[in-house]
Design a protein around this ligand. Structure first.
Ligand code: ARG
Length: 264
């Protein structure tokens, strides 16, 4: 995670961002600390990367790379405003003992790559280039499932899909939640076939980035305002934990965006 000490909105690279609206950096930090403390209370080991002045989106650590099997596939950002974050995160991975792979293709890390069971679901359409899907498949030797995003408000895959069961027991199939309207017909067909029991999240909950959540398979940290998603999670036996990241929503990010998983 990356403390939002320099968070603000001074450019617009997604529809959520409006540089004319005021932001409150101190409030962003307080809200982020609630998320950070929630993870600590759940018993997770949370590591921090130092924020860099002039990189206001660095708080969205999920975009800093994708980490699996101790290999960190570096990010190469779409927009010049975020491009310096790629090397900054790769330096951190190297300093912390990960095997870093420099990216050859534009990709925004865990924003567009979601590990679900043994497969990597990979988003494209707004940010990560489809060539990066081939690249990540070669690096990890896993099945990569390309999904095209069609709604600019849900520009990263982690805004449209929540991974509910990151590490299912052998023989059990992992479940997800998603926003159907974020995908084209081909993508929907794939999702329906692979995840017949998926939770379908409504537009209202998606509009507070409710899907942008973190799950350990039981506890699911979600946007506090995503009430119908919360109800559906309870019905399925999960333990939803709501947090309010309203300030970071002004940059177009939520719980998951602030969280990069380090799978050593
Ligand atoms: N302002 C950032 C951007 O548009 C937000 C990134 C949100 N991160 C995410 N994993 N969805 O790039």
């Amino acid at each position: 995670m990356c403390r939002p000490d320099f968070f603000t909105v001074v450019y617009r690279i997604n529809p959520w961002m409006d540089p004319r609206l005021p932001t409150d950096t101190a409030l962003a930090v307080r809200q982020w600390e609630v998320l950070y403390n929630t993870y600590l209370e759940l018993g997770f080991d949370v590591e921090l990367i130092d924020p860099i002045d002039g990189l206001p989106d660095m708080v969205y650590a999920a975009n800093g790379g994708f980490v699996l099997d101790n290999i960190a596939y570096g990010a190469s950002f779409t927009y010049k405003e975020r491009q310096p974050e790629g090397p900054a995160y790769m330096d951190w991975f190297r300093a912390n003992g990960f095997d870093v792979r420099e990216p050859q293709n534009v990709n925004e890390g865990e924003g567009d790559f979601l590990l679900v069971g043994d497969a990597i679901l990979a988003g494209t359409g707004f940010r990560s280039a489809s060539n990066s899907h081939r690249e990540i498949g070669e690096i990890y030797g896993r099945e990569v499932v390309t999904l095209e995003l069609v709604n600019p408000s849900f520009y990263h895959l982690d805004t449209a899909i929540a991974v509910l069961d990151p590490a299912p027991a052998p023989g059990e199939s992992p479940n997800i939640a998603y926003l159907p309207s974020a995908f084209n017909e081909d993508g929907l067909a794939v999702l329906r076939e692979r995840y017949p029991d998926a939770i379908l999240v409504n537009e209202e909950d998606a509009a507070v980035l409710g899907l942008n959540s973190f799950s350990d398979g039981y506890n699911v940290v979600i946007a506090a305002r995503a009430k119908d998603f919360e109800r559906q999670l309870l019905e399925r036996g999960y333990n939803p934990i709501g947090v309010d990241l309203s300030e970071l929503l002004l940059g177009g990010g939520g719980v998951k965006c602030c969280t990069l998983e380090l799978r050593r």
